[in-house]
Write a protein that binds this ligand. Structure first.
Ligand SMILES: *Cc1c(COP(=O)(O)O)cnc(C)c1O
Length: 441
């Protein structure tokens, strides 16, 4: 296999001469953007090109994609190994529905994923994005109990978790300051704090009381790292104990690996750090190497078997039109091949090492509350007060962009989760911009 050049910078500006108005101007006419208060927000930046760890705006300015476009493009943008796989697939079989039919890309992907997923995972259910993977997982858990004539309606979730923006996922999410209008319509959820070194007994007691006083269907969690909460880490040992307690009490466990999956934490999956493997695992984002919206809800045979019956209605009657899209599967298959290729493994190790070195350099800095790293994730909690989408947060974001680095602070946390193909130079530029930010306040 020919590995794509990491330094392919021969990017021509693709803006056509007939574009008289800037993209950022034309955008305002008809587009409504996610997570945006359009009354006050600055105009959106027009992006023309992306390659490797770099993106270019319509004026030709270059930015390092320090968060791999929301943790998706881990093998670099427009990676020819991925684009070739998709191109080849789209000329053979573009799309066909996945109910009644099956196809080679989905089958081969399932075979490859089962090899690298935790051993207890046996069956893969396809969806089309992260939130719908969670939605399917929650419905699976509820129906699992229902099919066994056991009505259970409560979910257990971590405080400050994030699982997506559809109703089930939003219910499970604890970052609810923007969920106000919907609160009356959410599922029933009991929350526990994440396990740290010193609070496990307390959480176990709380979990015991929750399980005793509710009929709990499932415990859903982001394993080891809560991404949207600000790349907050928790104890693998503690999580292991919580999973064990749930499993002993017939509560299904759902690991949301949408952010952590595919090498971000150092291992293929964060669940690889656990002894007690979750019953259900949700995958998306880097699953398709940043190329295609697709997701998977995987589960054990025990979960799957609860849906087998002569009675049709005990089946899982849940579908998305574009389930198991062949192009997404082809991208995912190529991505899984790259994940543990020598070239990518070398970079994963190098980034982890560089992060640790940078963290030890900044440790104890007077403006830093905490600096932490795991795998290719590096996060710094700054000693400042700012809202999740507050103005100081916006200033930090603007500063990073002015330095040619795309980093999106989460409240007072600045972090990087770069694509594996980021070069040493680019990584240094990310670190330099983070250090420079410390001088700003
Ligand atoms: C991004 C994310 C989701 C939601 O995925 P979407 O594709 O944006 O719906 C769910 N859980 C976690 C941990 C995520 O990072």
């Amino acid at each position: 296999m020919k590995f794509p050049s990491l330094q392919d910078r021969e990017i021509e500006n693709s803006m056509s001469q007939t574009d008289l108005k800037k993209l950022s101007e034309r955008d305002k006419e008809h587009l409504w953007h996610p997570l945006t208060q359009h009354q006050t927000a600055a105009p959106r930046l027009g992006i023309n090109k992306a390659k490797g760890a770099l993106i270019w705006d319509e004026d030709g300015n270059e930015y390092i994609d320090g968060i791999a476009s929301w943790y998706t493009a881990m093998y670099g943008h427009c990676n020819p190994y991925i684009t070739d796989a998709i191109t080849k697939q789209m000329k053979t079989l573009d799309f066909v529905m996945f109910s009644g039919f099956t196809h080679r890309p989905a089958i081969e992907l399932s075979e490859r994923l089962i090899e690298i997923l935790p051993d207890n995972q046996e069956k893969l259910f396809f969806n089309d994005n992260g939130s719908t993977a969670i939605e399917a997982a929650i419905k699976m858990a509820l129906q699992y109990h229902h099919n066994r004539n056991d009505k259970k309606e409560t979910l257990i979730a971590f405080e400050n978790g994030f699982h997506g923006d559809t109703f089930g996922a939003m219910s499970a999410s604890g970052l609810s300051s923007y969920n106000g209008p919907f609160e009356d319509f959410l599922l029933k959820v009991e929350r526990i704090p994440v396990p740290q070194e010193d609070n496990l007994d307390e959480i176990l007691e709380r979990l015991r009381v929750i399980i005793e006083n509710n009929s709990c269907a499932a415990f859903i969690f982001e394993p080891l790292v809560q991404g949207a909460a600000g790349m907050k880490f928790h104890s693998a040992k503690g999580l292991d104990t919580l999973i064990q307690k749930c499993q002993e009490n017939g509560v299904l466990t759902i690991a949301d690996e949408i952010m952590t999956g595919f090498g971000k934490t150092g291992k293929n999956f964060a669940s690889d750090y656990l002894v007690n493997k979750p019953d259900i695992i949700c995958l998306s984002k880097a699953l398709t190497a940043g190329m295609f919206p697709l997701s998977i809800t995987s589960c054990t045979l025990q979960v799957y078997n609860a849906f087998l019956s002569d009675n049709t209605s005990k089946g899982f009657f849940h579908a998305h039109t574009y389930s198991a899209h062949p192009l997404g599967c082809a991208a995912a298959l190529a991505g899984v091949e790259l994940l543990n290729s020598p070239e990518i493994l070398e970079r994963r190790v190098a980034i982890e090492k560089a992060h640790k070195l940078f963290a030890s350099k900044l440790k104890g800095h007077q403006k830093i509350a905490e600096i932490r790293t795991m795998g290719v994730i590096l996060a710094i909690d700054l000693k400042i007060q700012t809202d999740r989408y507050g103005s100081l947060r916006d200033e930090l974001y603007d500063y990073f962009m002015s330095q040619g680095v795309n980093l999106r602070p989460l409240g007072n946390t600045i972090y990087t989760l770069p694509p594996y193909v980021v070069t040493d130079e680019q990584l240094q530029k990310i670190y330099d911009s983070m250090e420079a930010v410390l001088e700003l306040f």
